[in-house]
Design a protein around this ligand. Structure first.
Ligand SMILES: Nc1ncnc2c1ncn2[C@@H]1O[C@H](COP(=O)(O)OP(=O)(O)O)[C@@H](O)[C@H]1O
Ligand SMILES: [Mg+2]
Length: 224
């Protein structure tokens, strides 16, 4: 059985009385430890798919097994716990809190989960070192470059040791060279921590550098 088994997943939005079918009976298997890039035209549903996969949004139909668990059947409280424990998110914007240092920003999800402060800060420091920011732990977001801020966001997404990392155009605001640096870190994290990752990107060259490449079109995924 695959780590993630998605079957006949459909998602529609209703807007001004009109239905927009975004995902149409999408089926997909992702093995544990895979690193997958996802491309597709703007508006093809990449963000929608990532949100549904990360259980931030519910589909209208279909099933999704993660590690054999039928996550869409979970009660809300269990679903929130699943999301916290299993999924890490990185978005196009870093959403770091401006008044906290890089170290504190990375530690915050662990502190929210009531991890002891010294342990949370220690773990945050290890992750910042892993993403190449050992020298920036005391910088606030306004004192970081765009690429550095995105590395902090990546470290924050990893602090609760997720099994699944979902990144939605994490390099969308960055120049190509800085973006390649982020993808390099994603590849390292996937390789060294064994985290399964799905990375949405507009950059075809970066997408091609991933071991498995998918395209979202017509509400379904296909090999890219
Ligand atoms: N909350 C929403 N309400 C209505 N339509 C939406 C909503 N979110 C996204 N859409 C529509 O769904 C389609 C897919 O959007 P999205 O998943 O953001 O695409 P992508 O990330 O590939 O650019 C688009 O046509 C978009 O306009
Ligand atoms: Mg999007």
């Amino acid at each position: 059985m695959a780590f993630i088994e998605i079957r006949e997943l459909s998602k529609s939005y209703w807007l001004h009385g009109k239905r927009i079918d975004v995902l149409r009976a999408l089926s997909l298997d992702i093995e544990r430890g895979e690193l997958v890039s996802l491309v597709g035209a703007s508006g093809s549903g990449k963000s929608t798919f990532l949100h549904v996969l990360g259980t931030l949004d519910a589909p209208v139909a279909g099933t999704m097994l993660v590690d054999g668990m039928d996550v869409l059947a979970l009660p809300d409280a269990d679903l929130a716990r699943f999301r916290n424990r299993t999924v890490g998110f990185v978005f196009q914007s870093h959403y770091l809190l401006p008044e906290f240092t890089a170290l504190e920003n990375v530690a915050i999800p662990a502190l929210v989960q009531r991890m002891e402060r010294t342990a949370a800060l220690r773990r945050a420091r290890v992750l910042l070192e892993r993403v190449g920011l050992a020298a920036r732990v005391d910088h606030r977001p306004g004192e970081l470059s765009g690429g550095e801020a995105q590395r902090v966001a990546l470290a924050r997404a990893l602090v609760l040791q997720p099994l699944l990392l979902l990144a939605d155009e994490p390099t969308g605001n960055l120049d190509p060279v800085t973006g390649e640096g982020i993808h390099q870190v994603l590849r390292e994290v996937n390789r060294d921590l064994g985290i399964t990752a799905v990375v949405v990107t507009h950059n075809e060259a970066l997408a091609r550098s991933m071991p498995r490449r998918l395209r979202l079109a017509g509400g379904k995924v296909e090999p890219a």
